[in-house]
Design a protein around this ligand. Structure first.
Ligand code: DON
Length: 561
């Protein structure tokens, strides 16, 4: 065992043993730079790039590849995502590296002959996989903004894959939960399948993944979309009746899109446009919160939770009707964000009455003619990047590409398989998000950056499917309205309403018994869950220092210097 392995093992042990059950009031502080990501080892990789003089985008590329190794349930090269960037000169950009439906995908591919949706087809196995976008995304980010050599940014992930690391208790639990799915989805036994189950501190090395990453290191995006790795993906698809072909891989392009910009109580909020619903939804929710002055009510009090639920159900109804891939469907973004539209959209909200979701439909807007993971990084020059990437559900479609050592996404489930039939996250869609060849499926991922008085203030984002929208929304409110530190805002218990089902989803202990009773009297019903969101965010404090808020719901880690 090399000394480097010892260091990695030690690091993993140290960090896994301080797996937070209670979180501090203030998160990690840095005078110059900060990385917050889902795993201590990926945070260490990103921080090291920054210390070597790399910029925030260099660090993002290295962090993303490291996550693909140490956080296999959501970190990925077989998935896709979005980045929102704000450079120190104030310029902004958004990169879409969302997966696409393969060219052979069909509108009714997940329905049986009677027109019933066969749920598992879009979540487990080869058909569930969209054409991956992550490697093209990292390549594009680096081509445009990178300052260190590409190979230097991929190499740390190769080292981690080859030399190995110790898994955390959370990862062991997630791997154990999916043993049956792994067996069902694979025609051979990938490394994740383990007879007697996994435990914290089990040692994992991934030589096949190291080899795949080496092709990417040496040939850039072509190392994934062409050559041996592409052949391995296509062979895997053929074995499992999947649809992704060489043409799909070669045609995949990450796309630069204009970020969405809105305001909230004197702040400028920059977020992701479609095919994510994130920017539209959060900017609508913030308009609602400002109009109704949600912040005047105590955090998670009856009035605050009620108003947020009423705002959220209207926004989710709009999402369901209007949002989809803008290259395939005319998404009325400007109309949905217009202050006039939102003033009337939220006008019928009453402080002492609920509006049943059955009384709410997607708003009429005038048409003009024509298991995810998030990280936030700020570098010493003040450049910021907010990136959320995903395989969709934990370990994606559970299919490990034979010989290549990585798992494919099950992002096809983010399409609407049939109008009105909910997907895994209970989200309903229609025409805007119907399956079509080459189309990008609608996302909730919401990488977001907030400015105040022309300066960087926050870098935000979270995994969590539909709850991404509401947990990013609440994290913004927690800092701006409730004056929490970044760590408090991230750790604070969250609540969620998504129109359908018509109920408030709340973290256990998020709201008091008395508040629950009061909300029930107003007509709300509840589902209680262990965790909502996993926000990894950065705040530029009044004193100029950076505070990283790492979510205590996972193994997440903030570190700065
Ligand atoms: O893009 C989306 O909205 C979903 N695929 C995100 C899935 C997710 O966040 C799962 N993580 N917990």
């Amino acid at each position: 065992m090399t000394s480097r392995i010892y260091i990695l093992l030690l690091l993993a042990l140290t960090f896994s043993s301080c797996n937070l059950t209670t979180s501090p009031k203030v998160g990690a502080l840095g005078d110059h730079a900060m990385v917050v990501s889902a795993h201590p080892l990926s945070t260490a990789v990103g921080l090291n790039v920054l210390k070597q003089g790399g910029n925030a985008i260099d660090a993002a590329v290295a962090t993303q590849f490291a996550l693909a190794v140490v956080y296999p349930r959501a970190g990925n090269i077989g998935g896709g995502g979005f980045s929102v960037i704000r450079l120190t000169d104030g310029s902004i950009a958004a990169l879409d590296f969302r997966e696409k439906a393969p060219a052979q995908a069909e509108r009714k591919m997940f329905q049986d002959s009677l027109g019933n949706v066969v749920g598992e087809l879009s979540t487990i196995g080869h058909l569930a996989a969209g054409v991956p976008g992550s490697v093209a995304g990292m390549w594009e980010l680096h081509q445009k903004y990178g300052s260190l050599p590409w190979a230097d940014l991929v190499q740390p992930a190769i080292d981690l894959a080859f030399e190995g690391f110790l898994i955390t208790a959370n990862e062991a639990e997630a791997l154990n939960e999916k043993q049956e799915d792994f067996r069902q989805a694979n025609h051979y036994r990938p490394w994740v399948v383990r007879e007697n189950g996994w435990q914290a501190n089990d040692y994992v090395n991934q030589p096949q993944l190291a080899a795949t990453l080496s092709f990417i290191r040496d040939s850039g995006r072509d190392g994934f979309y062409k050559g041996i790795v592409a052949q391995q993906i296509v062979k895997e698809m053929q074995r499992g009746n999947g649809l992704v072909t060489h043409e799909d891989l070669q045609n995949y392009e990450a796309i630069w899109r204009a970020p969405l910009v809105g305001t909230y109580r004197g702040h400028r909020v920059i977020s992701m446009p479609p095919p994510s619903s994130g920017g539209v939804a959060v900017l609508q929710m913030l308009q609602g919160a400002e109009l109704l002055n949600v912040g005047r009510y105590e955090h998670n009090s009856t009035n605050a939770v009620h108003l947020m639920a009423e705002i959220e159900r209207r926004v989710f109804a709009d999402r369901s009707k209007h949002l989809g891939d803008p290259d395939y469907f005319q998404v009325p973004v400007q109309q949905l964000l217009s202050p006039d539209y939102n003033a009337s959209r939220f006008a019928d909200i009453s402080i002492d009455q609920t509006t049943p979701s059955t009384d709410i439909q997607g708003g009429e807007v005038p048409y003009e003619s024509p298991e995810t993971t998030h990280f936030s990084i700020v570098d010493a020059d003040g450049n910021a990047i907010s990136t959320t990437t995903t395989l969709n559900l934990n370990y994606g479609c559970k299919v490990w590409v034979k010989g290549a050592g990585f798992v494919l996404n099950n992002e096809m489930d983010d399409f609407s398989s049939k109008p009105g039939v909910p997907n895994f996250f209970g989200l309903i869609g229609a025409e805007a998000n119907a399956i079509a060849p080459g189309k990008r499926m609608l996302s909730s991922m919401t990488p977001t950056i907030v400015e105040k008085d022309g300066a960087l203030k926050m870098v935000l984002g979270s995994p969590g499917g539909a709850t991404i929208l509401t947990s990013v929304f609440q994290t913004v409110l927690n800092v701006i309205d409730y004056e929490m530190t970044m760590q408090e805002a991230v750790s604070a218990k969250k609540v969620h309403h998504q129109w359908l089902p018509d109920q408030i989803k709340a973290e256990t202990d998020a709201i008091s018994l008395k508040t629950i009773e009061e909300l029930e009297q107003l007509g709300h019903s509840f589902e209680f869950v262990d965790k909502i969101g996993r926000n990894d965010c950065i705040l530029v404090r009044e004193d100029g220092r950076l505070e990283g808020g790492a979510d205590p719901r996972g193994d997440d880690k903030a570190a700065g210097f």
